[in-house]
Design a protein around this ligand. Structure first.
Ligand code: SF4
Length: 702
């Protein structure tokens, strides 16, 4: 065999929505080292500890390397035909809505596009939803409702220039570390920059805060309504902007009217003086950026929470300009790609709507497909309810582990047990969801897979196959396209992933004419070679903006029919999962610094696992003393739907009566440490996002 000298492959990190560029050194077909890409605008060479340790997570332990039917190894043609036949049979017997795909923000945009094309344009159902529903669907719903399109108007550059940064519902120091480091640098350069952290927990992010508001969980809307009211009463409005570029301000202001400083301080349980100071800063500072994440989104009123933030930016005109705006920071590596190609069950590709007949005919016309779904499909939680009810009889789960991540794990297990046909495509061989699979399909993981992702600032970036697929692992888009072909559908003949990118770039410009901001038609004729050298660019990327665009809506023209952004009047709602005598403690959950999702990859790295060796329930020391719980003892946790047992960690950063548990541990690493089991299936009625920050639990000693 001939050996090659080492070379560099440029890719993007597999984890969070920051979307850091990575230079991988490949030596004789193996990845031997990696560093951050110096010229990548998301990270300029920085990486966090998760990114730095990526190569330690890519060995072949716990890798699914061959297709299996009923745990017997088979070849690809057999597995593909079996999946195609079973889906076809169930569709024939029960109609297209009896089948579903449940996909993931771990998929690349090309994978997402093909899965959507098959389900919505060929099978003829919109029963395809994604674990992104758990992550940012409330932010999507609010942007769409207010701006007419799911568009994040900001850029990471705004972190460098802003004068006031509100970080709310986000422990950015741990969940988006490279952005957090960027904030630290900005503050160092400009010590006058003020940072406000609003969070029930005193997290690592608070270290940088000038003001910290340990808000009562679930009261964010009152906080931002109070801000809107303060702006109205204290000469903080931009009347010119409101008149020229928005609609509905008066109703929103009226709904906020009752939220005086005293009201908000009592309702949110925060110090009134600090509150007044923060409101005053927002009113007086020219450049204000609000940075928000899962603490806002994962709620029964997540859309309204996002909207209440947007309302304040619209009312002041502090939006779509340098250092300003409502900035949703998403969780997963493909923060936006799925949204761009119709990854959610209520969307079509290219930001078009399934309920809009004109959009349906545009997409179907472009695809030349036999059909097009004409109504929204099930959203994630409803989808598993529909499986439990027997309405959905076949599900194909791709690149996600719903047994650990969806609320009410007992219900998910019951649903998957009942389901007639369960297919799971994954790179892992052993996870909690694979236990339920009739068919297991080995998919390529990061390092082996090839395509694009879009990060939290609309930047499209390449994830590149630095090494060849291991075993019989196949790319997700290829697995799906092969099943589509085996079902007898044409329209899935792709020889290279760049052809899929080219196709959805063409669709984004097809009958668009400036109607939608998402337009990457500049790539409509991209060659495989150009695709391999794709620079990370922020969409839109079209004839007008061939190099992409840092900010959108700068001209005050939004994507709504009137061209104006819409305010919505918001009334706070309490969390649905109420505390009671039986379940008197609030359960919050989230990420740790060094783990990712359900640990199927990060759990492999000794260095990452060393940060927090086991799953803890974090509890205020006074609560622990009252319950006679000592540090590190194992406690039983119960809720109305499930139970868990983990070690207690006494932590004075927890508010009284509020506990915190990480989301990560799967059954491989701990037998009874799944936080999702403790949450009831409660969702935001608009976004369908689950309320997984507000559980109600009881603790007992073992
Ligand atoms: Fe960057 Fe996020 Fe990866 Fe860390 S986990 S290197 S912040 S993309």
């Amino acid at each position: 065999s001939c050996s090659q000298s080492p070379y560099i492959v440029q890719s993007t990190c597999a984890y969070c929505g920051v979307g850091c560029g990575i230079d991988i050194t490949v030596n004789n077909g193996k990845a031997s080292a990696l560093v951050g890409t110096v010229e990548h605008p998301a990270n300029f060479g920085q990486l966090c500890v998760k990114g730095t340790n990526l190569l330690a997570t890519t060995d072949l332990t716990n890798r699914l390397l061959e297709p299996q039917i009923n745990n017997q190894t088979v070849d690809w043609p057999t597995a593909t035909q079996h999946v195609a036949d079973k889906f076809a049979q169930i569709i024939k017997e029960h109609g297209p809505d009896a089948v579903a795909f449940y996909v993931s923000g771990q998929l690349l945009t090309e994978d997402y596009y093909i899965a959507n094309k098959l389900m919505k344009g060929y099978i003829g159902s919109a029963n395809i939803d994604t674990n992104s529903r758990l992550c940012m669907s409330s932010a999507v719903a609010a942007y769409k409702r207010s701006f007419g399109e799911d568009v994040v108007p900001c850029s990471y550059d705004d972190l460098d220039s802003t004068e006031l940064l509100l970080i709310t519902g986000s422990n950015a120091a741990w969940t988006h570390p490279v952005l957090f480091q960027r904030i630290e640098r900005a503050k160092k350069r400009n010590p006058a920059m003020k940072i406000v952290v609003i969070d029930p927990r005193k997290t690592a992010t608070c270290q940088i805060a000038d003001y910290f508001l340990p808000i009562k969980p679930g009261t964010d809307v009152a906080f931002f309504n109070g801000l809107l009211n303060y702006l109205s009463d204290n000469n903080g409005l931009n009347r010119d902007y409101i008149t020229k570029h928005t609609q509905g301000f008066e109703q929103a202001a009226l709904a906020a009217k009752k939220w005086s400083l005293a009201e908000v301080s009592a309702y949110c349980d925060v110090d009134q003086k600090t509150l007044a100071r923060v409101y005053q800063l927002f009113a007086r500072t020219e450049k204000v950026l609000s940075f928000y994440s899962m603490g806002i989104n994962q709620s029964n009123s997540g859309t309204d929470k996002c909207q209440s933030i947007i309302n304040c930016h619209l009312a002041t005109g502090k939006i779509a300009k340098d250092g300003c705006g409502p900035f949703s920071i998403t969780g997963q590596p493909n923060a936006m790609g799925g949204r761009e190609v119709g990854g959610l069950s209520n969307q079509l590709a290219s930001h078009m709507d399934i309920e809009n007949p004109e959009h349906r005919s545009t997409v179907q016309g472009f695809w030349q497909s036999p059909t097009i779904a004409n109504k929204a499909g099930y959203k994630a939680i409803d989808l598993f309810d529909a499986i439990d009810d027997g309405k959905v009889k076949a599900v194909w789960i791709m690149a996600t582990n719903p047994m650990v991540s969806l609320p009410d794990g007992n219900k998910i297990a019951r649903a998957l047990n009942k389901c007639e046909f369960v297919v799971v495509s994954d790179c892992a061989e052993n996870n909690d969801t694979l236990d339920f699979a009739d068919v297991k399909l080995p998919a390529t993981p990061w390092l082996e897979k090839n395509g694009t992702v879009t990060n939290s600032e609309r930047r499209i970036s390449r994830q590149t196959n630095a090494i060849a697929p291991s075993g019989a692992a196949k790319h997700d888009w290829k697995i799906i396209a092969d099943v589509a072909k085996a079902m007898g559908f044409s329209g899935f003949d792709y020889s290279h992933v760049s052809e899929i990118f080219r196709e959805f770039a063409q669709l984004s410009g097809f009958e668009n004419n400036g109607k939608r901001v998402f337009d990457i038609s500049a790539f409509s004729a991209i060659t495989p070679r150009q695709y391999d050298r794709l620079k990370p660019l922020q969409w839109p990327v079209n004839d007008t903006y061939p190099e992409g665009k840092k900010r959108v809506y700068e001209d005050g023209q939004f994507s709504t029919p009137s061209g104006k952004a819409l305010f919505f009047p918001i009334t706070p709602r309490q969390p649905t999962q109420k505390l009671s005598a039986k379940f008197p403690l609030r359960l919050n959950s989230g990420r740790l610094r060094d783990q990712w999702h359900t640990m199927s990859r990060t759990g492999k790295s000794a260095q990452l696992t060393a940060h927090t060796d086991k799953c803890y329930l974090y509890i205020n020391p006074d609560d622990a003393a009252r319950l006679n719980i000592v540090n590190d003892e194992i406690v039983n946790i119960t809720s109305s739907v499930g139970q868990a047992a983990v070690h207690a960690k006494l932590d004075k950063n927890q508010r009284l009566n509020e506990c915190f548990m990480p989301i990560h541990w799967n059954k491989q690493f701990a037998s009874s440490a799944n936080v999702s089991n403790l949450y009831a299936s409660i969702t935001d009625p608009l976004s369908g996002q689950a309320e997984i920050k507000h559980g109600a639990i009881a603790l007992s000693k073992t």
